[in-house]
Design a protein around this ligand. Structure first.
Ligand SMILES: Cc1cc2nc3c(=O)[nH]c(=O)nc-3n(C[C@H](O)[C@H](O)[C@H](O)COP(=O)(O)OP(=O)(O)OC[C@H]3O[C@@H](n4cnc5c(N)ncnc54)[C@H](O)[C@@H]3O)c2cc1C
Length: 475
């Protein structure tokens, strides 16, 4: 306890009493899904890279473990501490300056605590696009996006966060600052170190700033909502639309009928463009640097052909920005609707796109046989081969009983994913929630290399312990 007080006094000397929080810490201690409740020793809120570096050195001196925290919207509980009362949360919210924008280089350099939506707006203010876009964009931070290699709804055209980062500034677990904040698209001088920290979930260091890619701002946008009979038709639709629209095709989001029912139940004002219900739906978007009229004609023509060929059963084309926004809001409300509804067993999987229809048939069939009345809430980024494959309880089973089935359901889903050489975590990461499963499903060779990297960079194992990898004893 005395040791802890000495640590807290020293942290106050670095960042001031007001930014070393030791009471009312619940919002920093609990994950977004409210499944993990930790007990932080303190929450530290530095405002500069130098302050982060000084705090990390202090943690090393006092052997205090550090949990980096951005917007705390992560789905795998990577950003909250354990219950020991021995770990500090290092919250990056005050490190939120825009350092520079370079429209000629199509880059911006920003601090880790910048909110994603603010960065989208910053790009727009210089007539550029920062394409990372996801449901939590109003509260997640770019440091958290980079640390989880976030995906979102425009990966089809622009790639994951990994593809959007040109340079990083990182405070290493030693407290040293690694400055690889370059805005270069070509740099073959040895290992590409930034890639190590992207998707590392705060286990290798604290990202304090990043240089991000910008793109020309699209001038035209077309959005459509299609109804179809099966995931196999959705895969055919994706191929046709990509063939016709090429790189204009930006987003392709699949939703099952159960997902739509859930949205309409909890968000009754959601649009309902079809007169009769369908089994599956797809929300699609294309953007272009030409005119709305030209893109609209291309998009409509492509949709007419897939309708004629029987690939889709019906389609509604958004006729205004407001209508397009309503359709997108419906997609973005799926997570929220599930959160309001009874808890369900969540999976964030990726597979080769061609394997997805057979995978859904096989696994839904097996689940329905084992748990009659089960409700698969399947939706997500089919264009990237990524599905949120969430399984809601049969109505006859109560919540507690359904939670008890988590391990069995996870095994059914993830065994099938791995048989198809897919991934058990496409975009949400590992955190605490999937650590055991990663240890089970990854090969020993992969785990050995990962542990060697972790030990080389963080020999005292102080950086976000208990997340991603099981490193055994810290001694
Ligand atoms: C409604 C909703 C929709 C979502 N949709 C998507 C989606 O479409 N695609 C997707 O990929 N994710 C999605 N997510 C998950 C989540 O928003 C993302 O993972 C996001 O990138 C996390 O950012 P954050 O700032 O909240 O990070 P946090 O939750 O605070 O942290 C996430 C991880 O990163 C580490 N970390 C945070 N900041 C830093 C830093 N500066 N340096 C080092 N480590 C750090 C933390 O320790 C933790 O391990 C969604 C979440 C919600 C709630």
């Amino acid at each position: 306890m005395q040791n802890h007080q000495a640590f807290i006094d020293a942290a106050c000397a670095v960042i001031g009493h007001d930014h070393v929080l030791t009471s009312d810490l619940d919002m920093y201690a609990q994950d977004w899904r409210k499944k993990y409740f930790g007990r932080p020793l303190a929450v530290l809120r530095p405002a500069s890279t130098a302050e982060v570096a000084a705090l990390v050195k202090l943690c090393v001196e006092h052997a205090v473990a550090i949990v980096p925290q951005g917007g705390n919207t992560g789905i795998c509980a990577g950003s909250v501490p354990d219950a020991s009362g021995e770990q500090v949360v290092l919250n990056l919210a005050r490190l939120n300056r825009l350092r520079s924008v370079d429209p000629a280089n199509n880059t911006m350099t920003v601090e880790a605590g910048c909110i994603l939506q603010t960065l989208q707006d910053t790009a727009e203010s210089v007539d550029r696009l920062f394409p990372l876009s996801l449901g939590a964009e109003g509260s997640c931070q770019i440091g958290g996006n980079i640390s989880t290699n976030a995906g979102g709804v425009q990966v089809l055209r622009y790639g994951n966060t990994r593809d959007l980062v040109l340079g990083l500034e990182v405070v290493l677990p030693s407290g040293e600052i690694l400055d690889i904040l370059r805005g270069l698209r070509k740099d073959n001088t040895g290992y590409d170190l930034k890639q190590l920290f992207i998707g590392a979930e705060g286990t290798l260091g604290i990202i304090t700033a990043a240089t991000l890619k910008l793109f020309p701002a699209p001038r035209a946008c077309a959005v459509a909502f299609a109804a179809l009979s099966s995931p196999a038709q959705a895969v055919k639709l994706l191929q046709h639309m990509r063939a016709e629209l090429g790189e204009r095709f930006t987003a392709f989001e699949l939703m099952s009928d159960a997902s739509i029912d859930l949205i309409r139940c909890h968000f009754p004002a959601s649009p309902n463009p079809f007169t009769s219900p369908h089994s599956w739906y797809v929300l699609m978007e294309a953007t272009d640097s030409g005119t709305d009229a030209a893109l609209g004609a291309l998009f409509e023509g492509a949709l007419e052909r897939v309708l004629e060929q029987g690939i889709i059963d019906d389609v509604a084309l958004a006729s205004s920005k407001a209508q397009a926004g309503e359709l997108w809001m419906m997609r973005e409300n799926v997570s929220e609707a599930q959160q309001i509804d009874s808890p369900n067993i969540k999976h964030d999987i990726s597979l080769p796109i061609s394997s997805i229809p057979a995978f859904i048939d096989e696994v839904v069939g097996a689940l329905e046989k084992t748990y009659p009345g089960v409700r698969p809430i399947i939706y997500g980024h089919l264009g990237d081969g990524n599905l949120h494959f969430n399984i809601a309880r049969p109505l006859a089973v109560d919540n507690a009983q359904w939670q008890d089935e988590t391990h069995a359901v996870n095994t059914m889903v993830h065994d099938a994913v791995v048989r198809q050489r897919g991934s058990i975590s496409a975009e949400h990461g590992i955190g605490q929630a999937k650590q055991e499963e990663m240890a089970h499903y990854k090969s020993e060779a992969e785990l050995v290399v990962m542990r060697a990297i972790k030990r080389a960079i963080d020999p005292q194992l102080l950086m976000n312990p208990g997340k991603v990898l099981d490193m055994g004893s810290t001694s």
